[in-house]
Design a protein around this ligand. Structure first.
Ligand code: B12
Ligand code: SF4
Ligand code: SF4
Length: 409
């Protein structure tokens, strides 16, 4: 959702660059017709001095500084639809200890990549040589809410109802990086969105985009329904002021979690989290957690829907609007999808990544938790002889539960 230019925000606080901004401001008026880069360029050329500092050089005004460059990057980011852009130093500080403690507690479960790449996660320059600054970006995804769902309607978490955010966020960050590369030369960078070992929430809070909520997600005064992405880069830009926490004494997310996965403020035991169980876990879902999953078949939003700050959330980018009626489909309808239908209908969706087998596993659990009905039992029976032992076992569990059999206990 391109929001146009937030000129008010970008005129604040840097008198030295104000004249320069006015040049940009005029250019920005043409921008709606002429395109992002040409308008924002406005005659600016920054060249990096020896030693890596940014020197502002301009053919109209020599008063440019890095604050003006940061303002231009924010303006360009907003024009690309990002709800917020901030700048952080590429250092994780104490967060590395928190990551280590989380891994030592085994909270990552089978997400081996979290342990394997811990050193890279904690050291940005090891992931991309020369990185000194992290440009952090947020893109809103909240879709218009569907009517309240019945117990045999599938619940898919809001972030996954539309297009795959990995691609959307990265492709916009690439455009932002192209824009920066047109302003500053040379410019070394790499873009990410949940695509590499990067401590995204840490950098977003350091960059002033908000604070880490007790559910561990990045939260802002406009809520948490936002994806994060970053540009690791070699421009030594001044960091923004980190966000202050506004969770106060609230514990709504901890209390609302259906599986008690938020074991303490700021600590999520992924092994209990429905998002992990339905997306990351490849094998069987632990028996004791199955009844707590309810009708959630992909991810979980409960720690966010209860958060008071999400009352102030704005609707997200149209790329994330629900596709194929995924916000209102019945469990039995989705369970009937063949593998071909799954792959075709979910092309370009993050859900496709889990594959048809895990999809059926998840829906079988949800059917087991739904009110028993002839339709749901027939759906389960239709998959009782599925070639996958994983699917067969979850279907057998669900059939036993809906028959009230002790075999399900
Ligand atoms: C691994 C992962 C998961 C795992 C683990 C979640 C977790 N809290 O760690 C699972 C699969 C459960 C998961 C679920 C979800 N995820 Co996720 N996930 C990630 C990922 C890839 C890494 C997060 C990470 O580094 N975890 C490691 C732990 C150590 O970090 P941490 O929880 O922030 O912990 C810090 C402190 O709390 C403290 N700490 C934590 N535990 C402990 C324990 C001890 C003993 C101590 C001392 C300290 C300590 O230290 C840490 C460092 O400061 C990020 C993308 C990225 N590259 O960053 C997305 C990301 C965090 N996920 C995202 C989303 C949307 C979700 C879900 C909402 C999806 C859904 N609807 O189902 C859920 C929410 C669940 C939740 N409450 O966290 C978004 C969040 C956007 C935002 N607004 O913040 C991200 C940023 C992806 C993105 N690019 O947009 N996720
Ligand atoms: S996503 Fe759901 S299961 Fe995971 S921590 Fe949040 S409320 Fe708990
Ligand atoms: S629900 Fe409350 S404690 Fe949890 S993140 Fe939101 S404000 Fe913070």
């Amino acid at each position: 959702m391109a929001q146009g230019f937030d000129q008010g925000t970008n005129q604040r606080g840097f008198s030295g660059a104000e004249v320069a901004f006015k040049v940009n401001h005029q250019a920005a008026c043409h921008c709606r017709r002429q395109g992002l880069a040409s308008a924002l360029r406005g005659g600016l050329v920054w060249q990096r001095k020896k030693g890596g500092n940014i020197g502002g050089m301009h053919d109209l005004n020599s008063g440019f500084d890095e604050e003006a460059l940061k303002a231009a990057i924010r303006t360009a980011g907003r024009a690309l639809g990002f709800s917020d852009i901030g700048f952080a130093r590429a250092a994780v500080g104490d967060a590395a200890d928190g990551l280590r403690a989380w891994l030592d507690a085994g909270f990552h479960g089978e997400m081996d990549y979290m342990a394997r790449h811990a050193a890279l996660r904690a050291e940005p320059a090891a992931l991309h040589a020369g990185t000194v600054t992290v440009i952090s970006a947020a893109l809103d995804y909240l879709p218009p809410l569907a009517a309240p769902v019945a117990a045999d309607t599938a619940i898919i978490s809001r972030y996954a109802l539309g297009r795959d955010y990995h691609k959307v966020v990265r492709s916009r960050l690439q455009k932002l990086a192209d824009f920066i590369g047109e302003q500053v030369t040379p410019f070394g960078y790499r873009v990410f969105s949940d695509s590499a070992p990067v401590m995204e929430v840490h950098f977003a809070s350091q960059a002033g985009l908000g604070w880490q909520g007790k559910h561990t997600l990045l939260l802002s005064r406009n809520g948490s329904w936002r994806f994060l992405g970053e540009i690791y880069c070699d421009l030594p830009l001044a960091p923004d002021v980190p966000g202050d926490s506004h969770c106060g004494r609230c514990t709504a997310c901890i209390d609302a979690c259906p599986t008690r996965a938020i074991v303490a403020p700021y600590r999520v035991d992924a092994r209990r989290c429905i998002s992990y169980l339905t997306i990351e876990l490849a094998g069987p879902i632990p028996l004791e957690l199955r009844p707590l999953i309810g009708n959630r078949i992909y991810g979980c939003d409960d720690c966010q829907t209860c958060c008071p700050w999400n009352r102030f959330a704005r609707l997200g980018d149209p790329e994330f609007l629900p596709r194929h009626g995924l916000d209102r489909a019945s469990l039995s309808e989705l369970f009937a999808w063949s593998e071909t239908m799954f792959n075709e209908r979910l092309a370009g969706s993050p859900i496709r990544r889990i594959g048809h087998e895990r999809w059926l596993r998840n829906i079988a659990v949800a059917l087991g938790n739904a009110p028993p009905s002839a339709v749901n039992r027939a759906a389960l029976q239709s998959r009782a002889d599925h070639p996958s032992s994983l699917v067969r076992e979850h279907v057998a569990w669900a059939l036993a539960v809906t028959a009230g059999s002790p075999a399900a206990a």
